[in-house]
Design a protein around this ligand. Structure first.
Ligand SMILES: [Zn+2]
Length: 226
């Protein structure tokens, strides 16, 4: 994709995070891999409502600004951890969608998606990463480890990160995580979710692999039992 189009996309998906009500104040960030060791991302301390193409930064893998008038966001190290762990990932979103964040604040994992199509799209689990102070190495390592297996994670008392081949895929995953959180909240009100059996999840994960989604073979549930 041409550089100017990628820049536009960062601006567009940034605005979408705001339009969907998934960020407030300066929350959230957007990044894409532009080339080897080069990335585009949103600036720090900026409403995602109004990131213009001229505000999008070019940074290296350490978050050093190569082009742009603003500073990179403090959570860059978490994006870097995902980009390093997953060479197939080209785009990352971070946001604070309210229902998923409700679970994050309550310390309740979103866990395994309870709807078949969601397992195909998101995998066998949406892990809850224990709280880590901003900029902590522990949090960075936990995100890197999860990225090897998953495409969406919830950070306790913080927010959600999703990633994918491109911003559209990362965006749809964010949408799905929030949608699942809303469904799960209702299921809890109705007596609790009835989860899909392992054998069925196995088949869905095979369909996921066949569709070329996710880090595939690394999913623990994909290993043949026994
Ligand atoms: Zn955040």
């Amino acid at each position: 994709m041409p550089f100017h189009r990628l820049r536009q996309q960062v601006s567009e998906y940034s605005a979408l995070l705001h339009a969907r009500g998934w960020v407030a104040n300066h929350d959230g960030n957007v990044s894409v891999r532009e080339g080897p060791g080069e990335f585009l991302c949103t600036p720090t301390a900026w409403s995602k409502r109004s990131v213009g193409t001229e505000d999008v930064l070019v940074v290296d893998r350490d978050g050093k600004v190569r082009q742009g008038r603003h500073k990179v966001f403090g959570e860059w190290h978490l994006h870097k951890a995902v980009f390093q762990a997953r060479p197939d990932v080209n785009a990352i979103l971070h946001a604070h969608p309210p229902t998923a964040c409700g679970f994050a604040v309550a310390g309740r994992p979103l866990g395994r998606p309870g709807i078949a199509e969601m397992v195909v799209s998101l995998g066998a689990d949406i892990p809850l990463i224990p709280y880590g102070a901003p900029k902590s190495d522990v949090l960075e390592r936990a995100v890197a480890t999860s990225a090897e297996v998953y495409d969406a994670v919830v950070l306790a008392n913080h927010g959600v990160m999703t990633w994918g081949d491109d911003l559209e895929q990362a965006y749809l995953r964010m949408e799905l995580v929030e949608h699942w959180a809303r469904i799960l909240a209702v299921a809890h009100q109705l007596g609790g979710p009835v989860m899909l059996p392992d054998a069925d999840v196995q088949k869905l994960l095979e369909a996921r692999t066949a569709a070329g989604l996710g880090p595939k073979a690394r999913s623990p549930l994909l290993k043949k039992p026994g």
